[in-house]
Design a protein around this ligand. Sequence first.
Ligand code: UDX
Length: 422
Amino acid sequence: MKISIVGGGYVGLITGACLAEMGHEVKIIDVDEKKVNAINSAKPPIYEKGLEDLLIRHSGKNLTAGSDFSSVRDSELSIICVGTPQNKDGSADLGYIISAAESVGKELKIFDGYHVVAVKSTVPPGTTTGIVLPTIMKASENNSCIGFAMNPEFLREGIAVGDFMNPDRIVIGSVDKRAGDLVESVYSGFNTKILRTGIVSAEMIKYASNSFLATKISFSNEIGNICKTLGIDVYEVMGGVGLDHRISPYFLNAGCGFGGSCFPKDVSALIHFARLKGTDPVLLESVLKVNQMQPLVIVDILKKHLGSLEGKRITVLGLAFKGDTDDVRDSRAIPVIEALIADKAEVHVYDPMANKNMKELFPVIICHESAEDALKDSDGCLVMTEWPEFSRLNKEFDTMKNRLIIEGRRILNVPDAEGICW
Ligand code: UDX
């Protein structure tokens, strides 16, 4: 099938490359010339395991990129994959969605085939039918040959290709059967559960999924904080909880909380949406509140040991929101560094990939190219990201002035490390 992907960012690029791998003819549309050139020259603009191989195999063949929307008319399906960043009030910014819908609609003004527009971006429930559909119908002058669907993604950063090619389920919401059938045919090669549903339900499944995963994490962290007062190991406790098949062992790892470009944004957007609808999302608000407070627990432990942090040299190992990425968006290291700077500590940092990105947020931090260098003469060390190389550290901690090690992620193999909630 000929498919247009609107938006060559994280979701659009992975979706386009994987659909090309499945034999479809894909055109990724993005206004960013640099990104377009990178895709066409098989040089992925983002790091994702397996992505470069896909681009090498398909770029210039059945995967191309460009900034014009003319391919929409030549394709049967347009998948909108643009970003929905968070507004200051927590709501989702739908500016890119509206602009994409207008551009797609304009291309379909003179079109007499059948074309489906599917939204893959994470959008508040009601957006596809309430905003995308009318915008496209207006721009296309009410062309009746257009179907609408919503097909959310469940991709984790760093392992997105694997997640796309091995989904737990494929959710397809549609206005009518014909539109849903066309989208379902795109995934005919998959051996997984395909859930056909209404469009608003599909939008809500995405928000509810991410919010529930975030809830599991905040729940584990709250149990961890209680376990710490008892001197018991939350990993032992949640390991026992996770043996219940109704709960599963996944996403029960207590630590310094969740970051990334999705969980915080999506839970905030759902809270905002719930309030707009006149409900009171107290549980979701608590999930965010626990997550906002959790990183400061590790700073409190540091202060319990050191007293005032003024003039102290504190090392932060790990800056990215999780391992295997340079992405620091909503990283739990951010509130920790903020608190350290506010307490006038001298902050030394090391992250295998994210030094540069965090330095842009905090110019005053001192970046090092190795954990050992960052630890030298340090009064205390906080571990904030589960980088595998940290699990091999031990003698490096001996270069510290004071061997005080507190880990916010369960990653170290040293007997004298204290855990944030273990
Ligand atoms: C998440 C969802 O997993 C994915 O399905 C959705 O499409 C996008 O958002 P991502 O944000 O890339 O993916 O990363 P994920 O691996 O889910 O981790 C998110 C955050 O939660 C990280 O900061 C991680 O450290 C933290 N986390 C994860 C925990 O603190 N405990 C856990 O048990 C799992």
